[in-house]
Write a new protein. Structure first.
Lengths: 341, 428, 170
């Protein structure tokens, strides 16, 4: 199950980094990062998610797949939106859901992540959905939980947000077709701090995307980003020139401190996506944003709400992708034999 | 334990770089000192001395570790003077140099007295201390350096705490040189480091770890060297990590500045790639950098621009590393791998035996200004005897330090310390 | 060895029986739903033979299987599609082979998540032994009594064929 279709082969990482995600049959056990997963698994996630989108359009938006399973949402960073979609995904699969926001509980009392995990594990949880401010937190959890528990990364530091990347891939596939090799995708904004961008880059590479660009001033680009298999542009106009997909990233207001950027105004003038600048992309380009949007900071309202925007598709795909990953990871102990007729 | 207070080490290959010696010799030790070194020392001269057959073994001056934290006083749950000196003594290390960032900080003579008392009661090896360069290591006020020197400190240092105020640093260097004290600096610009935990390069980008650029080290070295050139102070730069730093040190030495440097031994073997599975045992400061940095550091030892290799021993309790990578405490429990790793560089053809031993003995002694690190007649008998052909594997069970935080578990080594002799006493 | 009748013949017989049943029950405008994949093939033909007005629905019951913990979930390229409301409608549920009854249970669970049908009539091409649930087909093409180590499988979509294979019983 090696990353046979990934263009950016990965001499930088040991096998352990991603192998921990797969069980001995090469099936998804944890979902921690896109990196190291082959296009076969990514497509399996997308196909399964596509199937779940039909469930989400029904009267009763619920299937009994994970009945009796307990899924614990463990959020060390406040995030109503992401947590809600994970919660909804779990509930639509009939799992029991436990929501724990640590920013307001144990961590402030000095309990370590490990102690928190062990305590919740003792309550017979089957899956942890973890969001944490430290990169590597999900890997850490996966390495330390009991072997029957699956870990889903809902965002760790600047490292990865794999379900967000997969819902973006699903949205792109729905709008632009299955052949990513024909696509030119531009990711614009704060790449340095963005776990979303990193996961998108890995996913796009693994799905054999024709060209991936990142667009930002150098203060918002991490070192050696080209080594992830992207082209770097400092100008928005050049960066989105003839792009099929334009992904805008959220700009945290804190970036105005620490001399990252001179001002919101200057950022918007240089990197904000407006109707005018969008003309540089292909006429049928789609505009994406992982949300929440800062209108007038990284994107003009008329673009965010305009005909090329697929931002709301992303949101509804988010539930289906999370349902897919939850059912795939919790089904890995299963054998491929004995289907009852 | 020997009944007599005399030892004779028979027919070992004695490598003593300070005396440019590399030959098979007998060494006669009595009352804590080396009495004689000769091709053959006859039995009647040695009297009732305990004999150690060192044929096929290598005899070197005891290792002097330029930077090792005992965690005492202040963090005794991590390690103690007793536990770590026992570990050192079994690893061929006979003298440890402790930086001043204990709790309380070694910034007044009373703390030195306290540590000396603990050393006297509990230590199994020699310990020397560096005094604080600034009060509380805060980088604001000069410490009482003269008093610290009188209390026994061999140099002054701000440990790993930065001095961001260049004027304070200038005055600290001037004051230290007035009292003939070497200043030990670990260069780091805290603004550029910015709470980072990994080298600012491709691996940190991939793993999403906040980066520390090489320039966080080299810009400070460049600044400090300008002051040193003007003032003429004697400065030792410790724990260097980047190739660009080495170029600056090299130029300064060629200009005749009194500048020396050391490197932590793990920097000669590990790189940023070792972080790839978020291995918190590889969380060190300064961070593990790129392969070309590692190779430059190795070459700089061979070329003599880096004089010494140290352990940068930082023992931690298990919990300190049981967090997501950025939340773990940096540092490696390194006493027991200092000598075996350094000798691996001989096996790999990076260093000669003489260079490797010098970097652990005569060079650190010279940097500290102490009369150790050589096997001259009359010297204090600190020695290590090494089996150069003994395969072994580092496992938790054979780590004597209280702390087992090392990324080298499972590594194979071919040199093993067989005996350590400290002040004439056979420890192992 | 039991003689297998060709599926096309069976489907013709099923069509006749189904027509008779519908008129007997006084059902005029039923909704036909096939279960992936073999049931859909059969249903497509029945739907055409009966000339039903409502478009054919399909069910993919993989999210409703009770053996999830043993076999996991498979990505299915064809999700369930029910083109009409099922509330208050008469449903004709079509599958290829009825054995344990678990697939039908899963299918009925899924149908009820779409709404409350007025009735469900179960049509199966083949009913073989091995019931594990109190579920029987209303209309059956052929009753077969197979050994435990025999598996019957419908292949298709064109042409349809039934074949019996020896399998290893675990």
């Amino acid at each position: 199950m090696v990353n046979k279709n990934a263009r950016a082969t990965n001499p930088l990482l040991g096998q352990d980094h991603w192998n921990i995600q797969l069980d001995k049959n090469g099936r998804l056990k944890h979902f921690l990062t896109i990196e190291g997963l082959g296009s076969d698994i990514l497509n399996e996630i997308l196909d399964t998610a596509e199937n779940f989108t039909s469930v989400n359009k029904r009267v009763v938006k619920k299937v009994p797949l994970l009945r009796g399973k307990t899924i614990t949402n463990l959020f060390f960073e406040a995030s109503t939106r992401t947590r809600t979609t994970f919660e909804l995904a779990a509930k639509r699969l009939s799992a029991d859901v436990l929501n724990i926001n640590i920013s307001t509980s144990a961590a402030t009392k000095g309990e370590s992540l490990l102690d928190t995990l062990y305590n919740l594990q003792a309550m017979q949880t089957d899956m942890f959905v973890i969001r944490h401010q430290d990169s590597g937190a999900a890997h850490f959890a996966a390495r330390h939980v009991a072997p029957y528990i699956s870990v889903l990364n809902a965002g760790d530091g600047r490292h990865a947000h794999p379900t967000q990347a997969m819902l973006d891939m699903l949205t792109i596939r729905q709008k632009k077709g299955h052949d990513f090799s024909a696509l030119r995708v531009a990711i614009v904004g704060d790449i340095l701090h963005s776990r979303v961008a990193r996961s998108q880059i890995h996913a796009l590479n693994t799905l054999n995307t024709g060209e991936i660009r990142v667009v930002a001033p150098r203060t918002l680009l991490p070192a050696d980003i080209e080594k992830l298999g992207v082209k770097v542009h400092y100008s928005l106009q050049q960066g989105i020139q003839d792009a099929d997909v334009v992904i805008m990233l959220r700009l945290q207001k804190e970036r105005m401190q620490g001399a990252m950027l001179p001002s919101e105004l200057e950022y918007y003038q240089q990197y904000g996506l407006s109707r005018e600048t969008l003309k540089y992309a292909k006429p049928d380009a789609i505009v994406m944003h992982p949300g929440p949007i800062n209108r007038g900071v990284e994107i003009e309202s008329s673009v965010a709400d305009g005909p090329q925007s697929v931002i709301l598709d992303q949101v509804s795909n988010g539930i289906a992708v999370r349902m897919a990953v939850m059912s795939m990871t919790l089904g890995t102990s299963a054998q491929q034999t004995g289907e009852d007729k | 334990m020997s009944l007599s207070n005399a030892l004779i080490i028979k027919q070992g290959r004695v490598i003593d770089p300070a005396n440019e010696l590399d030959a098979v010799k007998d060494i006669y030790i009595k009352n804590g000192h080396i009495i004689a070194i000769d091709d053959h020392i006859s039995a009647d001269k040695a009297g009732d001395a305990q004999q150690i057959d060192a044929s096929g073994l290598i005899v070197i001056p005891g290792v002097i570790d330029l930077c090792a934290r005992m965690r005492e006083p202040g963090l005794e749950h991590k390690a103690t003077i007793k536990s770590e000196t026992i570990a050192a003594s079994k690893a061929g290390i006979t003298t440890l140099c402790c930086p001043p960032d204990t709790d309380p900080v070694i910034d007044e003579s009373a703390v030195v007295d306290l540590i000396n008392q603990r050393v006297k009661d509990a230590a199994h090896s020699h310990i020397v201390c560096l005094g604080a360069l600034t009060s509380g290591l805060k980088g604001e006020h000069l410490s009482e350096m003269a008093a610290l020197k009188n209390a026994g400190c061999v140099g002054v240092s701000n440990a790993s705490m930065p001095i961001t105020n260049t004027l304070v640093l200038r005055r600290a260097l001037e004051y230290a040189s007035s009292h003939d004290l070497t200043v030990f600096l670990q260069p780091n610009d805290p603004h550029l480091s910015d709470h980072g935990c990994a080298h600012d390069g491709a691996v940190a980008t991939r793993l999403g770890l906040p980066g520390i650029p090489s320039a966080a080290e080299s810009t400070i070295i460049a600044r400090d060297l300008e002051l040193i050139a003007e003032i003429g102070a004697r400065v030792h730069f410790g724990r260097l990590s980047s190739a660009r730093s080495i170029r600056l040190i090299e130029q300064a030495q060629q200009q005749g500045l009194q500048v020396t440097a050391d490197v932590a031994v793990h920097q000669l073997f590990l790189t940023e790639m070792d972080l790839s599975s978020y291995n918190s045992h590889c969380h060190v400061l300064p961070p593990l950098r790129e392969l070309r940095d590692r190779d430059t550091l190795r070459q700089a030892i061979a070329d003599g621009f880096i004089q010494a290799i140290c352990s940068d021993h930082q023992p931690h309790e298990e919990d300190a590393k049981l967090h997501p990578f950025p939340a773990t405490e940096p540092g490696i429990s390194g006493l027991e791998t200092l000598l075996p790793l350094t000798l691996k560089l001989v096996t790999e053809g990076v260093l000669s035996w003489s260079q490797a031993i010098a970097s652990l003995t005569s060079a650190p002694a010279r940097i500290l200004g102490i009369d150790k690190g050589h096997l001259s007649t009359g010297a204090v008998a600190d020695l290590a005897i090494i089996d150069p052909d003994k395969d072994w594997t580092l496992e938790t069970a054979n780590i004597n330090s209280l702390a087992k935080n090392t990324p080298f578990l499972g590594w194979n080594f071919e040199h093993q310390v067989k005996h350590t002799i400290i002040s004439g006493r056979l420890i192992k | 060895m039991t003689k297998i009748i060709s599926p096309d013949t069976l489907i013709q017989q099923l069509s006749d029986k189904l027509s008779a049943t519908l008129s007997q029950k006084n059902i005029s405008n039923p909704v036909m739903v096939g279960i992936h994949t073999g049931g859909v093939w059969v249903a497509e033909r029945l739907h055409k033979n009966l000339g039903l007005e409502e478009p054919l629905g399909t069910l993919n019951i993989s999210f409703y299987r009770d053996d999830f913990s043993r076999i996991g979930v498979h990505p299915q390229v064809t999700p369930s599609t029910l083109p009409t409301e099922v509330d208050g409608r008469h449903i004709i549920l079509v599958d290829d082979v009825l054995q344990t009854g678990r697939t039908i249970r899963a299918a009925m669970n899924e149908l009820f998540d779409y709404g409350r049908p007025a009735s469900i009539t179960l049509v199966c091409l083949v009913e073989r032994g091995g019931h594990e649930l109190p579920i029987r087909a209303d209309i059956v093409g052929q009753q077969l009594s197979l050994q435990d180590d025999e598996q019957i499988k419908l292949t298709g979509p064109v042409p349809l064929a039934l074949e019996i294979k020896q399998v290893n019983v675990q």
